[in-house]
Design a protein. Structure first.
Length: 344
């Protein structure tokens, strides 16, 4: 009689199992196996010894292997000392929604943080505190050099923002120079000659929009007028205050380019309070095409940035980066959506 034999299949050890053995997070295991200095030497050696004992190796060449395990992605709101935009800006809220949905679709978790990028770049704080496998940064603010230093390290990072000549990190965003040009050209085409601008051009995106505005005026033979250029101040009511300053200056203007839809809404409200009709007296163009722009009164002509596509692209690029792939920055289509704020 043939003796029946039983084969016991040994289950392959997963990163989550190794993390439980070491009493740390999966992201710490991942960094330790890549010998990252973000993990202290004692913990690195402990994890590496456990991996060797159990014959576990991190396969960075097989994309599906890594992505089968749930990752924690840190989504960071830059905490610039004098940031002139806030998380309450509808554009960033809608972008965060897209990022969150895309991560859930991929089976990963999102951890929202107001982490200081300067602290992360300086090695004083950060990633060990939030235990993430990679970073998505919602806006460059004034953190360009910090982002370059983070990208030089071992942390995968993708940033919403403008592509700059000396950047070493991956960005996803629209063509901001083109957006500024499209907005200004549209105002000129409907016959407006005294075109004001309100916004924050201290940030990379804002600066490129401002330059698009300037260049388009000069190409048409119109000299930009500094008295019609109003930079945002600091504070929650900075949009409204900037619009009030422009109106109170007494300088005539018949067109207004606002560097965000939130600024455009505050400006339209202020113009109306002062008896100025939009668009009859002043035609207004915003930027972003947030969901509220089409329902505002009047509905706002604006430069469209596709947050849904942008969030998905940021997630795709970060996951590819985590898996060891080389990725390039991505541009989104930049178009103008014409609505009632410029239609007389």
């Amino acid at each position: 009689m043939k003796k029946e034999t039983t084969t016991i299949k040994k289950t392959a050890l997963k990163m989550v199992d190794l993390a439980k053995m070491a009493g740390v997070s999966k992201s710490t295991v991942s960094r330790a196996l890549q010998n990252s200095e973000l993990v202290n030497l004692e913990t690195r050696e402990k994890i590496q010894a456990l991996a060797k004992e159990h014959n576990y190796r991190l396969n960075t060449q097989a994309r599906n292997f890594r992505l089968k395990e749930s990752l924690t992605i840190g989504v960071v709101i830059p905490s610039a000392d004098e940031a002139r935009w806030q998380i309450t800006d509808p554009f960033f809220l809608e972008l965060l929604g897209s990022i969150s949905f895309s991560l859930i679709e991929q089976g990963h978790e999102m951890l929202l943080s107001g982490l200081s990028l300067h602290a992360v770049a300086s090695g004083h704080d950060g990633l060990r505190r939030i235990n993430c496998d990679g970073l998505i940064v919602a806006g460059q603010a004034d953190c360009h050099e910090d982002l370059n230093r983070i990208a030089d390290g071992n942390t995968p990072v993708v940033v919403w923002g403008a592509k700059l000549p000396d950047q070493r990190y991956c960005t996803v965003g629209g063509d901001n120079h083109l957006g500024g040009a499209l907005a200004t050209r549209h105002l000129l085409e409907i016959g407006r000659q005294q075109i004001a601008i309100i916004g924050d051009w201290s940030t990379p995106e804002g600066r490129l929009r401002y330059e698009g505005y300037h260049q388009t005026l000069m190409n048409t033979g119109l000299a930009p007028n500094p008295v019609l250029e109003v930079a945002l101040g600091v504070g929650r009511d900075s949009h409204r205050e900037a619009a009030q300053r422009l109106i109170a200056s007494g300088h005539k203007f018949d067109g207004l380019f606002c560097l965000s839809d939130a600024i455009a809404m505050a400006a339209i409200n202020s113009l109306t309070e002062h008896g100025l009709r939009v668009p009859t007296d002043v035609a207004v163009v915003g930027y972003d095409d947030i969901s509220l722009a089409r329902f505002y009164t009047p509905s706002i002509t604006t430069i469209r940035q596709d947050r849904e596509q942008g969030g998905r692209l940021m997630v795709e690029k970060l996951l590819a980066m985590i898996d060891g792939e080389r990725v390039d920055s991505g541009f989104l289509p930049t178009d103008i959506i014409v609505r009632n704020s410029t239609l007389s």
